[in-house]
Ligand binder design. Structure first.
Ligand SMILES: Nc1ncnc2c1ncn2[C@@H]1O[C@H](COP(=O)(O)OP(=O)(O)O)[C@@H](O)[C@H]1O
Ligand SMILES: [Mg+2]
Length: 280
């Protein structure tokens, strides 16, 4: 029987393991990311999220295990190669040049994407097409009107938006985000969460996030890591009511599962997608 679209797995890790000397930071992780999902990898500090992310994005090599992207073994491929296949990491690969304008930053990213494809000087490399694509990307991330602003002078939230635009210029199929909401104020959290929701249309997103409440309404599926292993997996309702998750997050069993849900209610604005998109 053919799987339904939502069952299509775009990224899979098999027994993914990373040892640093005698210490095992990621242990036998079998992750499956469904096409079209916003999938979060969460867990308390030291859980192995960043290590896992570095393995998937090819910044680290695993000690054991395999990584499959669109059914192809990418375990030993390099980051630029997997980026060309559509697995793109944001907020690192897409350096923003602070002295350049917003428009110039996006233009460089669009050119970078097109250059490997230029078999000939076809009209799709024309300046007007380039500008059109830049305008589209800026609109997508809510930066229309900021074209001539210096990137370095943007607010933190808008810098993230610009970074996202330069990443989207690379046309990712699977977008990987490392703590995209870390360090943001409440208002910027809404703005960037809205951008992620928008960027996920027609794409798959895998994001690492420390904060369980932030991913509550943004993510279709959540994998909780603790001490390098998968502790729980499912939608928010499932993982937030899993006592092992509550224990791992809150520690010492001082609070119960409902506290987890309460912390989400405190961030309730996030559960209003219409408002998020408006703000973005
Ligand atoms: N390069 C490294 N060398 C040794 N230990 C490391 C290295 N990178 C991470 N670790 C350890 O691996 C564990 C998981 O780290 P990390 O993946 O950064 O966790 P998280 O992102 O979930 O906070 C931590 O105990 C950390 O100290
Ligand atoms: Mg980390």
């Amino acid at each position: 029987m053919l799987p339904t679209k939502s069952d299509e797995i775009v990224l899979k890790t098999v027994g993914l393991t990373k040892e640093f000397g005698t210490f095992c930071a990621v242990k036998d992780v079998n992750l499956q990311v469904r096409k079209g999902d916003i999938h979060a990898l969460i867990g308390p500090n030291g859980a192995g999220k960043t290590t896992c992310f570095h393995l998937i994005t090819k910044f680290l090599s695993p000690t054991h295990g395999k990584i499959l992207f669109k059914d192809q073994d990418i375990t030993h491929k390099r980051a630029p190669e997997v980026a060309r296949q559509g697995l793109v990491r944001s907020f690192q690969i897409s350096a923003v040049f602070p002295e350049m304008s917003v428009q110039e930053n996006v233009r460089i990213a669009v050119q970078r994407r097109r250059e490997p494809l230029k078999h000939s000087f076809r009209s799709d490399l024309s300046l007007s097409t380039l500008n059109e694509r830049c305008d589209e990307l800026l609109e997508e991330v809510g930066l229309t009107g900021f074209e001539n602003s210096k990137a370095g002078g943007l607010s933190y939230g808008r810098k993230r938006a610009l970074e996202l635009a330069t990443t989207l210029a690379l046309q990712p199929e699977l977008l990987l985000l490392d703590e995209p909401l870390a360090g943001l104020g409440q208002e910027d959290i809404h703005r960037v969460a809205g951008l992620i929701r928008k960027a996920a249309i027609g794409r798959t997103v895998l994001m690492v996030e420390h904060n369980l409440s932030v991913v509550a309404t943004l993510c279709d599926r959540i994998t909780v890591l603790a001490r390098g292993e998968i502790l729980s997996e499912g939608d928010y309702k499932h993982v937030s009511s899993d006592p092992r998750v509550v224990e791992a997050y809150i520690g010492g069993g001082k609070r119960n599962a409902s506290t987890c849900t309460e912390s989400v209610a405190a961030n309730d604005n996030l559960s209003t997608p219409a408002r998020i998109e408006q703000e973005a």
